[in-house]
Design a binder for this molecule. Structure first.
Ligand code: GDP
Ligand code: MG
Length: 793
């Protein structure tokens, strides 16, 4: 039978993992390996994906993927016995009693990891660079903020839009910690994992700080073992110890250290406990370049030592190549067994050597009875299992896990999940757009107004030339002011989004919504950026950062502008009042749905063309619900606000000045008194014939649409200025052409702030592409509405 056939609450032992390539490797890395015990917890409300319990944590899996995993059913008692092993607990407890006096291992001096004879510290003045690596949700961001305080700088990893945050450790000026993207394994599955791996392999940090979630230790240690293979000085920061101990669990630190061969420091990042000790150890191992004591985790005895012999044989074979390519040898060997193409190429092996390696691996597969990837994953997990049995006393019942299960009954329950989701998002939007954000926006608008007035008076008093006066007041102050007025909304939305993310709810949303989004070739993770798009495209595009794959990110960003943003509401309001009185609600609903429908069609088309292939498979962890750290949230808000402001004063200011210039001058560069003679009006006159198939070819409307590029609200204000009255508008627009114009406004180019965000995330080509695509689609839809409308009415 397969995992798919399991009933809720039943347990099984995995016998074989099907599928192929990177996806299969990812399953294995997440602990879905032959021999592992899994329990089916529930299905998402729409019936797909499923939630499993495996290695003590919650994993989501799509049904199609579950179907590829062969299992045998086992009884609940058997599954429970697997989890806790009474004899080992007793042994550990007595060991713990005997060990209470031993202090935490010293920092090398006569200690375990370092002896005086081989001591050679890095020269004074070397910058000690650290990579902070760990699983997602292991507390990386929290620890990073504790380590660096506010001395952080955010950049990009070369070539990809993955944030690269680094900073000096507080109080240690000669250090630099870089926060790597959360990863589960050193197999390059997503672009982020590749970033982490490339960073460690090529930038050669002086040390690694590996953060491990103690409450989820099996899966977290899987990465640890691969990091150790890199033979870089390393410390393990055992995080969430507050939670672990609060529930009566503990870890025999000294023993674990002995088995792993690297210093292990228990900490609580959220409570700032143990962090200073961690820093001391980290600096020590980096300064004295104390490499892991042990890398040989393959057991000679286990399964006849097949895996052990295979890895060691390959290590001998590739010794020279690994040294030449500067890749740690043991790491290179295990990656070769796993069939890693990047490493294979980097090693520059001869055909002969490749064949020999293949031969060794095939031999191992035969002896071991498992394929290569499964054999390596199994080797790592069996070591971890033995280690955990010897060193970890698991809490019998974790308060946090129980609380999470209770919350999940409501938040991912079959009938309650979707209503709760709508309710929560509703509250977020209401608070953002009606209460907090709106209040801040008013405040900011008043501030900008006051400042503008002041500047206006000042300039008048100084008697500056009218052109300069107009540039500053009508151009820069008004333009930047109108864009800055987005800022409160952006910040408030991000406040709520980071709460949702850090508490662990975002992962649940993805779980609940996955089936729906899969229909358009995306995964559940994309729902939040798209929903935020109904508020404002700017934070929506910015929040797509968290999506796990480049393809999903691009596709989501492309679809966001189809979600009608709140700045378009004034346009709808204006036209419905003028042309469809009394039917406002109907028109609004129709417009919103048109946007979504067109978005779905575009997604469907692009799925077969630009974005071929599947969305990221949905093998994802559902972390326990946790209280978000105040510092983390504030740090994020500060970053996003800074990012937005810096754009407001660069690209956006430039665009504002251009539009102002076009509006204010004629072709002789004289300031115009009659708006009909401005450059904008002339250009609009050239463009307007394009709109003839929509029933309006009018320079005034075209001008309004061009100013809408700055901010959508400007469409209305420009129309009001140029037309003066409803009657004048009725003279150029019929009801049908007004409908076409509305549809065009719904779909045409995002505003300059949104384009600037897209530019930042995906680069110039994509930003231009989105603008062109949106305008083309808007035109097409507008024409369809007008032509069909003319036939019907
Ligand atoms: P990241 O995904 O690895 O960056 O993890 P975060 O730093 O965002 O942390 C995930 C969640 O765990 C947040 O809600 C944190 O507040 C929480 N957290 C982090 N460290 C600790 C800790 O030591 N103890 C407890 N109880 N919670 C923590
Ligand atoms: Mg984080």
């Amino acid at each position: 039978m397969t995992l798919r056939d399991l009933e809720i609450g039943e347990s099984c032992r995995i016998t074989a993992v099907g599928g192929e390539g990177e996806l299969r490797q990812h399953f294995l890395d997440m602990g879905v390996i032959p021999g592992a015990v899994a329990t089916l917890i529930k299905y998402a409300p729409m019936g797909d994906p499923m939630e499993l319990r495996i290695h003590g944590y919650a994993l989501t899996l799509r049904l199609a993927d579950a179907q590829q995993i062969e299992v045998v059913q086992i009884s609940a008692a058997e599954a429970k016995a697997e989890e806790d092993d009474a004899a080992s607990i007793q042994e550990k407890q007595s060991y713990a009693k005997r060990q209470t006096v031993e202090e935490h291992p010293g920092l090398g001096e006569g200690g375990r990891f370092h002896d005086k004879a081989t001591e050679h510290a890095l020269p004074e003045g070397t910058i000690l660079t650290f990579a902070l690596a760990g699983n997602q949700n292991s507390g990386k961001t929290t620890l990073f903020n504790q380590l660096t305080g506010s001395n952080q700088h955010v950049g990009n990893f070369p070539g990809v839009t993955v944030d690269r945050k680094s900073g000096a450790i507080r109080g240690y000026p000669g250090t630099e910690v870089t926060d790597l993207p959360g990863i589960y394994s050193m197999s390059p599955y997503t672009s982020e994992e590749l970033v982490s791996r490339e960073y460690i392999l090529h930038e050669k940090p002086k040390g690694i700080i590996n953060i491990v979630d103690a409450t989820n230790i099996e899966r977290n240690l899987y990465l640890t073992m691969q990091l150790i293979e890199l033979n870089i000085p390393m410390v393990v920061a055992l995080n969430m110890m507050d939670e672990m101990q609060g529930n009566g669990g503990s870890v025999l630190i000294n023993r674990m250290e002995k088995h792993l061969g690297v210093p292990v420091i228990p900490i609580s990042a959220a409570k700032n406990q143990g962090v200073s000790e961690l820093i001391e150890h980290a600096i020590h191992v980096a300064k004295y370049q104390e490499r892991p004591k042990r890398q040989d985790f393959c057991d000679e005895q286990e399964h006849g030592g097949a895996v052990h012999r295979c890895i060691h044989a390959i290590m001998h074979l590739i010794e020279d190549h690994a040294a030449a390519a500067e890749i740690p040898i043991r790491f290179a060997a295990t990656k070769l067994v796993e069939g890693d193409q990047h490493i294979m190429e980097a090693l520059k092996l001869t055909q002969n050597e490749k064949e020999m390696i293949e031969h060794i691996i095939v031999q191992m597969e035969e002896e071991r009875g498992l394929d290569r990837n499964a054999a390596i994953a199994d080797m790592r997990f069996s070591f971890i299992e033995r280690l955990v049995k010897k060193t970890v006393i698991k809490p019998t019942e974790s308060k946090e896990a129980i609380r999470s299960a209770k919350l999940d009954r409501l938040l991912t329950g079959k009938y309650t999940a979707i209503p709760m989701f709508i309710l929560i998002m509703g509250i977020v939007f209401w608070l953002t757009f009606n209460v907090i954000g709106a209040f801040l926006q008013d405040l900011l608008a008043q501030g900008v107004d006051a400042l503008t007035k002041l500047a206006d008076q000042g300039l008048t008093a100084l008697g500056t030339s009218p052109a300069l006066h107009s540039l500053l007041i009508d151009g820069i102050f008004t333009g930047v002011g109108s864009v800055l007025s987005f800022l409160p909304i952006v910040v408030t939305l991000f406040f709520f989004l980071s709460l949702l993310e850090d508490t662990g709810y975002m992962a649940r949303i993805a779980f609940v919504m996955d089936k729906l989004l899969r229909k358009i070739g995306l995964s559940g993770r994309s729902i939040v950026p798209m929903l935020v798009g109904f508020g404002c495209s700017v934070p929506a595009v910015m929040s797509s950062r968290t999506l796990p794959s480049e393809r999903d990110r691009k596709m989501t960003i492309m679809l966001i502008p189809f979600m009608s943003c709140s700045a378009k509401l004034p346009i709808y309001g204006f036209f419905t009042a003028a042309f469809f009185p009394g039917r406002g609600a109907l028109i609004m609903v129709l417009l919103y749905f048109t946007g979504i429908l067109v978005g779905v069609i575009v997604a469907k088309i692009s799925q077969c063309t630009v974005f071929k292939g599947e969305a990221v498979p949905f093998v994802m962890e559902l972390p326990n619900y946790r209280m978000p750290g105040f510092k983390n949230v504030m740090q994020l808000l500060w970053e996003k606000a800074k990012d937005f402001i810096s754009r407001a004063f660069t690209i956006i200011t430039l665009a504002t000045i251009v539009v102002w210039f076009l509006q204010t001058f004629d072709f002789g560069l004289n300031m115009v008194t009659d708006s009909g003679r401005s450059i904008l009006a002339v250009i609009a006159g050239w463009i307007s014939p394009i709109f003839a198939p929509m029933g309006f070819s009018n320079w005034k409307i075209t001008s309004a649409l061009i100013t809408g590029f700055m901010a959508k609200e400007s469409v209305v204000s420009t129309l009001q200025i140029l037309f003066g009255s409803d009657a004048a508008l009725h003279a150029v627009l019929t009801t049908v052409s007004a409908a076409a114009l509305l549809v065009f406004c719904l779909l045409y180019t995002p505003c300059v702030a949104a384009i600037a965000s897209i530019h930042r995330e995906l680069g110039r080509k994509w930003a231009i592409g989105v603008v062109v695509l949106q305008c083309a689609i808007a035109w097409l839809c507008g024409v369809i509405v007008y032509q069909v409308g003319m036939l019907l009415f």
